[in-house]
Design a binder for this molecule. Structure first.
Ligand code: SAM
Length: 225
């Protein structure tokens, strides 16, 4: 028979494991998001970016993901819905500066749009990134295509509406990308189902992003699923 002190030890170790596991799991090593980048100004600008809790910026890993996506495909015409103070816009802007492209990014909040413009100017990206202060639902119907990539990161319950406006503008080979598809899936089920039901898209959720980034590439003509 186990003595009381042994039982207590087993119980204590179990509780300790349950309490520390999430912390240990979160500490698993992730690649450095700045790994392999050579542009010192870009690295310094992104590292010194004024992230604040109430600005909901994408993590640096996700910024790097967007940067690589643009660089890998040579994307040039990009639209972002949900600028906040411009962190993801800076990552994409630095990539677009190299591909010769440009970004239109839309923000409904006056103060955040002002901060974004300031951050973009400081980064030297004003000729690459245009911030539009507006409700995306007013801007998207008037946008002209073709677009290579869109990044959705505004009101999660409106992703379906953004998609309906942007889908016809995305060219074959281009991609619809969206943030928070793991953490806020419940708010965008209609959007996710619509994408999955469309044979010309190939939606993939990238779990390297803690919050989940979806990339749905539109097939080139003649490309099978
Ligand atoms: C998660 S934050 C964007 C973070 C940003 N992409 C970044 O990583 O730095 C979402 C932003 O979308 C904006 N937003 C929400 N609904 C919007 C709409 N209908 N049109 C434009 N912007 C909107 C919010 O004001 C908020 O600043």
């Amino acid at each position: 028979m186990m003595r009381h002190s042994s039982l207590f030890k087993v119980w204590f170790l179990q509780v300790l494991f349950i309490l520390t596991w999430p912390v240990l799991a979160g500490c698993q090593e992730r690649p450095d998001p700045f790994n392999g980048l050579k542009n010192k100004h870009m690295i310094q600008t992104l590292k010194e970016f004024p992230n604040k809790a109430n600005r909901w910026n994408v993590p640096a890993d996700d910024g790097r993901f967007l940067y690589d996506l643009i660089m890998d495909h040579g994307y040039q015409r990009v639209v972002e819905v949900g600028t906040s103070n411009g962190y993801s816009a800076l990552w994409m802007g630095f990539a677009l500066q190299q591909t010769g492209g440009s970004l239109i990014t839309i923000e409904i909040n006056r103060e955040r749009a002002r901060e974004a413009r300031q951050n973009i100017e400081k980064a030297g990206l004003s000729s690459v990134v245009e911030v539009r202060l507006a409700d995306a639902m007013d801007v998207l119907p008037g946008l002209e295509g073709p677009l290579d990539m869109v990044f959705l990161d505004a009101d999660k319950s409106q992703y379906m509406d953004y998609f309906q406006h942007l889908d016809p503008l995305v060219s074959p080979g281009g991609a619809i990308t969206a943030h928070n598809v793991l953490t806020m899936e419940y708010a965008m089920r209609d959007f996710l189902e619509a994408l999955r039901s469309r044979p010309e898209y190939d939606p993939q959720t990238h779990r390297s992003s803690r919050q989940g980034i979806l990339v749905a590439r539109k097939h080139e003509k003649g490309e099978g699923r």
